[in-house]
Design a binder for this molecule. Sequence first.
Ligand code: SAH
Length: 218
Amino acid sequence: MKETVTYQEDKFTKARNLMVRVQIIDRGITDPLVLNAMKNVPRHLFVPQEYVSEAYEDGPLPIGYGQTISQPYIVAYMTEVADPDSTKKALEIGTGSGYQAAVLAEIVNKVYTIEIVPELAKEAAERLEKLGYRNVKVKYGDGYAGWKEYAPFDIIIITAAAEQIPQPLIDQLAENGKLVIPIGYANAVQELMLLEKKKGSITKTRLLSVRFVPFRHS
Ligand code: SAH
């Protein structure tokens, strides 16, 4: 029995290392902290049972409730752009499976993440706890308003596409902070945007075209 488990783990580790090399490094991600995090997080434990064998493939996967876990490259890209390090505090909107939160948690000091589907919030909190991510706090709710209690955040990552950037999130971004968000309409190609706050003013940079599930606002 033990041998089977070891063999399985070995198989997943190999698949993950291959994913990092072919999908992440070969496409230009260089931050060693990000590469290390992508190598450490067991993505196969963040997808439903029926998709475990596809966990390290080059695309998003369904996680139930009409939602998806993002493509590995996009997770790595958004994380690198946010410029994480061990001194920083991050807010994620759209916990989903908890995968992006785990990748951030490998690097930063503390991660706060909000999910609007109660079942997903509960499952992600349990999963992160079981995997030993003690520096992640999951909340069920509408992320539009951010998480004022713990603001300001050095990093804010939104993993659902909004038509506009929610003003409370801009307000909760720390000085020299970075906010990454897909902007555009549902079921269309959206633009991934980077916002930076310097001396109180915001600069915006268009990064690349992406496709995310819609940001819901109640
Ligand atoms: N980051 C996730 C992928 C998320 S998919 C992962 O790594 O698995 C986008 C998620 O955003 C979905 O789970 C969706 O329910 C959630 N979402 C959409 N609108 C939201 C909102 N206003 N507040 C919080 N979560 C939201």
